[in-house]
Design a protein. Structure first.
Length: 365
């Protein structure tokens, strides 16, 4: 009689989480049956889930309908609507969670600590008290104190999630850079996760299939890649167009490609004659794994995307953050995440440069 294989469940709510979860599965769970959930909260999530069914890494793929509920107003009515929306998420996915739990998974890996995560892990624990619970990182925010404390908009919701209560049940925390962690894992073990290797064919094929990389029309063939951010969408007045024009006046527009941000309402840079990417649905990390970026220079004001090449893929591209060149910082950079970004810049000064003026930056090109 054949022995039943161990099985794991990967819970994913963002493209980056899909990438990291697949990375961990190919490294540490090669002999396991792997199931994955992909949520509706990801843009095009249903299509990604359909694509994932063609990936041999997975035994089964589940599409979870859980559009994120946002706090529309700080009023009592607004908070009530928010809480009701999150409870509705639980109700809508209760049956799915119970059906998943029947598999008696040996391990469950996730990144978000949310009302839905608590539902899934609680039911999994009920069916298998020995299930191994693990968190994997989702970029720099995982390292910050905000991750362990949370930013739930209502005290009722915070109590319902019981963030620290869930963290005490975590057996393993997978991190690429454990020394950056600003909070303590109560009872578990921290595993130093190695960067993704371009030679991991199984992983690359899986990611290319999920995100349909074959449809990518963009070739990053310019010496300088400038990363636009969602400042326009969020209402911040940031002179990114002026800065790019200053750079172009020195090196020429033909030397620059703009990676536009998908949330901004219009392509401001193509109108000015700059080459920009056409596809905004394929994660930047997947593009990095498929194209060569030797001798490229990455430039941004404060985009977190520029840390991915080195921190998560081991690609040593020289990167410039022009945040210090601004007279006023964008709001989100005045936060735990902003502080963590600055810490990374200081830790890897040979990779991440932070000139104090535009002239100083241009002189280094």
């Amino acid at each position: 009689m054949c022995k039943k294989k161990n099985s794991i469940l990967l819970i994913c709510n963002t493209p980056f989480q899909i990438m990291m979860a697949c990375h961990i599965a190919t490294l540490y769970y090669k002999d396991y049956d792997v199931d994955i959930t992909i949520s509706e909260g990801i843009r095009g999530g249903e299509t990604l889930a359909q694509n994932a069914q063609n990936v041999t890494l997975f035994r089964r793929v589940f599409f979870i309908k859980n559009k994120k509920t946002f706090l529309s107003s700080p009023s009592i009515l607004g908070k009530c609507k928010y809480v009701c929306g999150r409870i509705r998420e639980v109700w809508n996915n209760w049956t799915i969670a119970k059906n998943l739990a029947k598999n008696k998974y040996d391990a469950c890996l996730f990144s978000n600590i949310s009302i839905l995560t608590k539902l899934f892990t609680s039911i999994l624990k009920k069916h298998n008290p020995n299930v191994h619970l693990a968190i994997f990182e989702e970029g720099l925010v995982t390292y910050t104190r905000l991750y362990s404390s949370g930013d739930a908009p209502t005290s009722l919701y915070r109590r319902f999630i019981d963030r620290m209560g869930l963290l005490t049940k975590i057996d393993t925390l997978y991190l690429c850079h454990p020394y950056l962690l600003e909070w303590d894992l109560p009872n578990g073990t921290i595993v130093h996760l190695q960067p993704i290797n371009k030679n991991n064919t199984e992983l690359i094929v899986a990611l290319n299939t999920i995100f349909d990389y074959n449809q990518c029309e963009d070739v990053y063939d310019k010496r300088i890649v400038f990363f636009e951010e969602s400042h326009v969408f969020e209402g911040f007045d940031v002179p990114d167009v002026d800065i790019v024009n200053q750079i172009a006046n020195v090196v020429g527009k033909e030397e620059i490609m703009i990676k536009i941000h998908p949330r901004n309402p219009e392509n401001r840079f193509s109108k000015l004659g700059f080459k920009t990417n056409k596809n905004t649905s394929i994660p930047w990390e997947v593009i990095l794994l498929n194209q060569s970026f030797d001798n490229k220079i990455f430039v941004t004001i404060s985009s977190g995307a520029v840390v991915s090449p080195y921190l998560y893929l081991g690609i040593p591209c020289v990167t410039y953050s022009l945040l210090n060149c601004l007279s006023k910082r964008p709001g989100f950079m005045q936060s735990d995440l902003g502080d963590m970004m600055q810490r990374v810049y200081k830790e890897y000064k040979n990779i991440f440069k932070a000139p104090k003026t535009i002239d100083q930056f241009i002189a280094q090109l």
